[in-house]
Design a protein around this ligand. Structure first.
Ligand SMILES: Cc1ncc(COP(=O)(O)O)c(C=O)c1O
Length: 392
């Protein structure tokens, strides 16, 4: 075998999990020793359509052999098809779209458009929020650990997530450009926003003339049981961000808006070399077609409901567990302590990959094709690891 030694040290953004992942199929991945895992990490939720999804794999392979790069100063069949197919899953209020590469870039573009549209600078965000790690999105991200030592923007105000409408009323300053919120907080702890809270934000945005931005990078594209998680509540934003799974696991993101907002980014006000590149666009088309074909929101609702029920049953009565929560296939088990040891045990002892959310939550973001056996596997893994470490 060819040597893979390198004089370069890879700087890891995240703590190393100690596994070399070599292949995936659907909801499963295999490590270099041939061991099979249930993948409820799914690359931070990007593999919602499963690993090696045949529709995505075929479309990407075909596109790579036809045309790999084209600036969005041109058009391509891949871009036109992506626009057509993504519009089938896009929310009805949206009139404009830009494609980018990552979630954080989508948030940057959304905020930039809001600044340009309103001529204002202030951003209102929420405690527990996560919007990404580049400068504007980091400025709207709550966790002080990620912001330490970075000169984040000063004009961001954090209000309490899911507070009573009465607490929100009158709290958004009149010079606010955008209120940005995740309709289901992911990284912050898997917390769905209430309808009343989202309605109060809509009213505040209208009262002061700010734009309401829903960050659907993690909760969107069917994961929670609706195409976009705000559709559970019937409250509509002015701008929405999407990312993670919209290209079946390849890097692509999007921002959608009402008429005349994203328009402000045209004429060179924004741009990115790979934005709208043909390969990612072919993947967006394949992912959207596949998602429509299988009725992804319905599948996520059913599979997520079953997993939530099994987790609830398996963990019922355990003192270590505060609550089991989530929406569709965005699930959390909130513990009374840091979940690091449980997540490690699930990987090492039960072959289930999961990730952390907030200070105390085990987060599960599995691909949509998880079945009843997988739900039992995940629920038993959490239970046995809690019992092993903390007693039942
Ligand atoms: C709600 C939300 N917004 C933005 C981001 C940033 O996305 P990316 O990591 O693709 O930049 C994430 C990533 O987890 C997210 O969950």
């Amino acid at each position: 075998m060819e040597t893979t030694e390198s004089p370069l040290k890879l700087v890891r953004f995240y703590g190393f999990r100690g596994l070399k992942l070599v292949k995936g199929s659907g909801q499963y991945v295999w490590d270099s020793a041939g061991r099979k895992y249930l993948d409820c990490h799914a690359g931070h939720g990007a593999a919602l359509l499963g690993h090696a999804n045949p529709d995505v794999a075929e479309a990407v392979a075909r596109q790579v052999s036809e045309l790999v790069a084209a600036s969005s100063g041109f058009t391509t069949p891949a871009l036109e098809e992506a626009l057509h197919w993504f519009s089938k899953v896009a929310p009805g209020w949206a009139r404009e779209i830009v494609f980018l590469n990552t979630g954080t870039e989508a948030v940057e573009a959304a905020l930039k458009a809001a600044w340009l549209y309103t001529g204002r600078r202030r951003i209102v965000a929420f405690r527990g929020s996560f919007h990404g790690r580049t400068l504007a999105s980091l400025s709207a991200t709550w966790n002080p650990k990620y912001r330490k030592g970075i000169p984040v923007l000063g004009e961001v105000e954090f209000l309490r997530f899911n507070s009573d409408p009465a607490e929100i009323a009158g709290k958004v300053p009149s010079d606010t450009a955008a209120i940005i919120v995740e309709p289901v907080q992911g990284e912050g702890g898997v917390e769905p926003a209430s309808r009343e809270f989202l309605k109060a934000l809509r009213e505040e945005a209208d009262r002061v003339g700010a734009l309401l931005v829903f960050d659907e990078v993690q909760a969107g594209f069917g994961r929670t049981g609706e195409w976009w998680s705000h559709q559970h509540h019937g409250v509509e934003p002015d701008i929405m961000t999407a990312g993670k799974s919209i290209a079946g696991g390849l890097p692509a993101s999007a921002v959608l808006s009402r008429e005349g907002i994203l328009e402000k980014l045209s004429g060179g006000m924004h741009g990115s070399t790979h934005a709208g590149n043909p390969v990612s666009m072919a993947a967006v088309t394949a992912a959207s077609r596949h998602a429509v074909k299988v009725d992804l929101p319905e599948r996520a609702r059913e599979a997520g409901g079953e997993m939530l029920r099994m987790l609830g049953e398996a963990l019922d009565g355990l003192r270590a567990v505060r609550r089991v929560k989530g929406l569709g296939l965005m699930l959390g088990v909130e513990l009374r302590f840091d979940p690091g040891r449980i997540i490690r045990c699930m990987q090492e002892e039960a072959s289930v990959l999961a990730l952390k959310a907030g200070a105390t939550t085990v987060r599960l973001l599995p691909p949509y094709m998880v079945d009843g056996g997988d739900a039992r596997w995940a629920a038993d893994a959490v239970r046995s690891c809690i019992c092993r470490g903390y007693g039942c």
